[in-house]
Design a protein around this ligand. Structure first.
Ligand SMILES: Nc1nc2c(ncn2[C@@H]2O[C@H](COP(=O)(O)OP(=O)(O)OP(=O)(O)O)[C@@H](O)[C@H]2O)c(=O)[nH]1
Ligand SMILES: [Mg+2]
Length: 449
């Protein structure tokens, strides 16, 4: 699939910086550079992958001093001819350079179009293209590592292995279709069932990584809750490292939900401070508490904070049980002394005032992520929502194929379901004709990537 036009975009983030890169890809990329670039070396004589100093000139006027680099197809990011112009960083200047390039025959790139071309040219599969986006968006060390592994093709390999497994079963089944009067022989049937089981097992193994994929991509939603005045906002501030939320001795200070991103030992957390829970007539406070409850329903992890100097409540609020969250019990204000009723209570003991106990709290948080099964090295593989939907579809077809095989339906029925498996798995690594899938993925990219 060869594009007949040349696209261009500013590939660096918009803003002031030392350098900005304008990138071109397509058949005219080098010729367009030649229409602007004046240097010791003419563009046709440029060695690929080497930077050349020169000036960009527009109608005899100097636009900027730049470094230009040419990549010849297919040895480039997109697989097409690519040119990168490094000009001085600056919003206006880089835009001028882009406009100059556009005026000489390129067209503005759509979001993700460079990567889309790389995919269409066969430089990467769809999971790798998605990994490019994950890499750019990664908010934590672990997310970065998972994205790197995916970019290297680990997920793609696993999916292709599953697809090969399905193809093998289909080949066996199709062998029977050629002899319409023959039923699938029971021995062969048992073998095929075994292969289908293995296929389903493989799909389910990958599906089991969906939860951690979401945690890596979106961060662990960690909700701080408890009675008023126990030190929830103080805890948020402590973990953030600055005074984000208002702290005061008056109960009912926090009314609204405050959300901030923090990093805890390589994990990205969406830390949420909430309004204290208590009986109240105050309309605004009640609305605040309603929001607290909604946050708890969506939480991955809930930190329930208590005042250690106060008696232990007879009934712990138990709110998180309504949702899916794992709970960590936090006893704050231990500097005031611990009330005897807390003796033996399983909790992280903390003083926000003195900044003590943070290490223990971090350890408890990390221990609870992914249901306590946190084995970091395992996190390298973590599917996203699209992969999850595709794999669920595939397992559905595997199930149906098994059903058809068991009930002795003719081979055509089994084959039909198997084709469903192949298609679902094929969509995941990328069939170049599935335009709707492609459009959806690449449109969420940034421009210039
Ligand atoms: N002695 C002591 N006081 C603390 C500690 N942590 C917080 N406080 C004090 O407790 C009071 C309440 O703190 P906040 O962080 O506003 O409590 P909150 O739970 O957010 O309260 P609401 O927003 O009203 O629900 C403030 O006066 C804090 O200074 C601590 O570890 N030790
Ligand atoms: Mg507060």
């Amino acid at each position: 699939m060869v594009s007949n036009d040349t696209i261009a975009a500013i590939s660096t983030a918009l803003g002031e910086g030392a350098v900005a890169v304008v990138r071109l890809s397509g058949p005219d990329a080098v010729a367009i550079l030649g229409r602007l670039f004046r240097g010791a070396c003419a563009v046709d004589g440029m060695e690929p992958r080497r930077q050349y100093f020169g000036v960009l000139e527009e109608e005899g006027r100097k636009l900027d001093e730049v470094l230009a680099c040419v990549y010849r197809r297919p040895r480039s990011y997109t697989g097409e001819d690519v040119v990168e112009i490094s000009c001085h960083g600056g919003v206006l200047l880089s835009r001028r350079v882009l406009e100059a390039v556009l005026a000489r025959g390129a067209r503005p790139a759509q979001p993700g179009e460079f990567t889309q071309r790389a995919f269409l040219e066969g430089r990467m599969d769809l999971t790798q293209a998605e990994a490019v986006m994950d890499l750019i968006a990664a908010q934590s060390d672990l997310a970065l590592r998972a994205a790197t592994e995916q970019l290297e093709g680990r997920l793609g390999e696993r999916l292709r292995a599953l697809k090969d497994g399905a193809l093998e079963v289909l080949a066996h089944v199709e062998a029977y279709i050629d002899f319409p009067d023959e039923d699938i022989d029971p021995d062969t049937g048992a073998q095929l069932l075994g292969r289908l089981d293995a296929l389903e097992h493989g799909c389910r193994e990958l599906l089991a990584t969906a939860g951690r994929g979401r945690l890596l991509r979106e961060g662990v939603r960690t909700v701080i809750f408890g009675e008023p005045n126990v030190g929830k906002s103080s805890l948020l501030n402590l973990l953030l490292g600055y005074e984000r939320a208002i702290v005061s001795a008056r109960p009912g200070t926090t009314r609204d939900v405050i959300e901030e991103a923090v990093h805890v030992r390589g994990y990205a957390l969406r830390l949420v401070d909430t309004a204290g829970l208590r009986e109240s007539e105050d309309e605004i406070e009640c609305e605040g508490m309603e929001r607290t409850r909604r946050q708890l329903e969506r939480a991955d992890l809930a930190l329930e904070v208590f005042d250690a100097s106060q008696p232990r409540p007879a009934v712990l609020s138990g709110e998180p049980q309504q949702g899916q969250a794992t709970r960590v019990c936090v006893l704050n204000k231990v500097d005031l002394g611990e009330h005897p009723s807390w003796a033996g209570a399983e909790a992280v003991r903390l003083s926000c005032l003195r900044g003590e106990g943070v290490g223990e709290l971090e350890a408890a948080i990390v221990g609870r992520i992914d249901g306590g099964r946190t084995v970091k090295s395992d996190w390298a593989l973590a599917i996203n929502a699209r992969h999850q939907a595709g794999l669920e579809k595939a397992t559905g077809f595997v199930d149906a194929a098994r059903g058809a095989l068991k009930s002795g339906l003719s081979a055509e029925f089994v084959a039909e379901e198997l084709r469903g498996v192949l298609e679902a798995l094929g969509d995941l690594v990328g069939r170049t004709d599935a335009e709707d899938v492609l459009g959806k993925i690449f449109s969420s990219f940034c421009i210039g990537k």
